[in-house]
Design a protein around this ligand. Structure first.
Ligand SMILES: [Zn+2]
Ligand SMILES: [Zn+2]
Length: 424
């Protein structure tokens, strides 16, 4: 109903998109039936997520703290801190073997920390298992892995808590066909549907380390937050800790996007009973957004293969592993051919014996179907080799706090069109 050119203007009353009504010479809202002069309406800022996040002011570990060493990787820019016992010999993020020891310049301490819950041996085994069943891996890659180089790193994370009001405005239709005087008609009833709900999200995570690829950290979610404890320097002993180089503000757009997508999905689920539903506008208003800073445990390993670095990360609490693996062209061809051959034989037997096709068409049909099957199988095997960025926040949605505040389904107009005339 509200076409995109008019969505620039929002109803000051309910936030829905406005339409211009030529008869009234006014902007009208089909959702709440208000009408306004052009001068009264507000322009859509284009910002679908509004509201502020406030950040806790953490303690600081000052320069000069005893036994603390700082390392900088000049390849990826990571800055890490560790206690005197542990020397860092290579960068856990990019595998650069020449990281520089530098003067400790102090660091912001986290509000909380989740200590490592599994040891190096468990991490090594989990990495080994990760390679198993990955059909497209080049032969020899597994043996070249230096599992002994695996490092425990406390990765800085920003955790976002908020209450929010999410509003959705939809154009929905119900359709039916009927006959009148021998003609067939299609009737479309159009509804203006709006939903406003209260939602809560707890601890939506985003890492604060630029050198750490977002899809790695997203892939090893979730962490068990019930195990967060107040920071104590004793937990750092034997591990590296990264200094954050992305602030909560820097990662906010990613978190807002995740919250928006999940809010949108929750609202959409509540619009039922229609033949079609189109979202005109969905917005999220964040209230009392709060950000805390936390160190989360991650086992890291970087391996070089044919001149490229491959990094693996394992959740130091749950043991979940991720990492992009090299894909071997030869293995792809082999995988494709085997799947194709098996599928082709089955398709041929089915079409020849079961559907009694003659040999020519049976071969043709089998070839086409098998090629499709082999292609799908190859794509899914490839997708298992890479990690993916998270674009939703379902896991952090608090079900018990979900409350529908307003729910409106209003009939706006009915369209009738003739789809068949009787033969005269
Ligand atoms: Zn309105
Ligand atoms: Zn590095």
């Amino acid at each position: 109903m509200a076409d995109s050119s008019l969505q620039e203007y929002l109803c000051p009353n309910c936030g829905g998109p406005l339409e211009f009504n030529g008869e009234q010479q006014k902007m009208v809202c089909v959702y709440c039936e208000s009408s306004f002069d052009m001068s009264e309406v507000k322009k859509n800022s284009g910002n679908d997520v509004s509201g502020e996040w406030t950040q806790s002011e953490g303690a600081k570990l000052e320069a000069g703290a005893e036994g603390v060493k700082e390392y900088t990787c000049d390849s990826c820019g990571a800055v890490m801190v560790c206690d005197g016992q542990l020397g860092a010999t290579e960068c856990p993020y990019c595998g650069n073997p020449a990281i520089m020891e530098s003067v400790f310049t102090g660091m912001n301490l986290p509000d909380g920390i989740i200590p490592f819950a599994n040891d190096k041996k468990v991490a090594q085994e989990a990495m080994e298992n990760y390679y198993k069943g990955k059909k497209l891996l080049p032969p020899g890659f597994v043996n070249s892995n230096r599992l002994e180089e695996i490092k425990g790193v406390y990765v800085p994370f920003w955790l976002f808590d908020c209450d929010c009001n999410a509003s959705g405005f939809y154009t929905a239709t119900k359709e039916r066909t009927f006959e009148e005087n021998g003609s067939k008609f299609k009737e479309t009833k159009e509804y203006a549907v709006s939903r406003i709900a209260k939602m809560r999200y707890e601890k939506v995570p985003a890492d604060g380390a630029k050198e750490m690829r977002d899809e790695y950290m997203d892939s090893i979610e979730p962490f068990d937050y019930s195990k967060i404890i107040p920071y104590d320097p004793a937990y750092f002993s034997g591990y590296l800790a990264s200094k954050y180089d992305e602030t909560a503000d820097d990662v906010k757009p990613r978190v807002n996007g995740r919250i928006k997508n999940t809010s949108e999905e929750k609202l959409r689920e509540s619009v039922t009973g229609y033949d079609s539903v189109h979202a005109d506008r969905v917005s999220v208003d964040i209230k009392q957004g709060k950000v805390t800073y936390c160190m989360l445990p991650v086992w890291m390993l970087t391996t070089r293969w044919n001149g490229n670095a491959y990094t693996f990360a394992m959740n130091g609490q749950t043991g979940k592993v991720t990492g992009d693996l090299p894909i071997d062209k030869g293995q792809c061809t082999k995988h494709f051919c085997i799947t194709f051959a098996i599928a082709a034989v089955i398709c041929f037997l089915v079409s020849y014996f079961l559907f009694s096709l003659s040999i020519g068409p049976a071969i043709g049909a089998s070839a086409v179907i098998s090629a499709i099957i082999a292609f799908i199988a190859l794509s899914s095997a490839k997708s298992a080799m890479v990690s993916h960025v998270k674009t939703e926040a379902k896991h952090y949605f608090v079900d018990s706090a979900y409350k529908m505040l307003s729910s409106n389904d209003k009939h706006v107009r009915t369209r009738k069109e003739k789809i068949e005339t009787p033969n005269s």
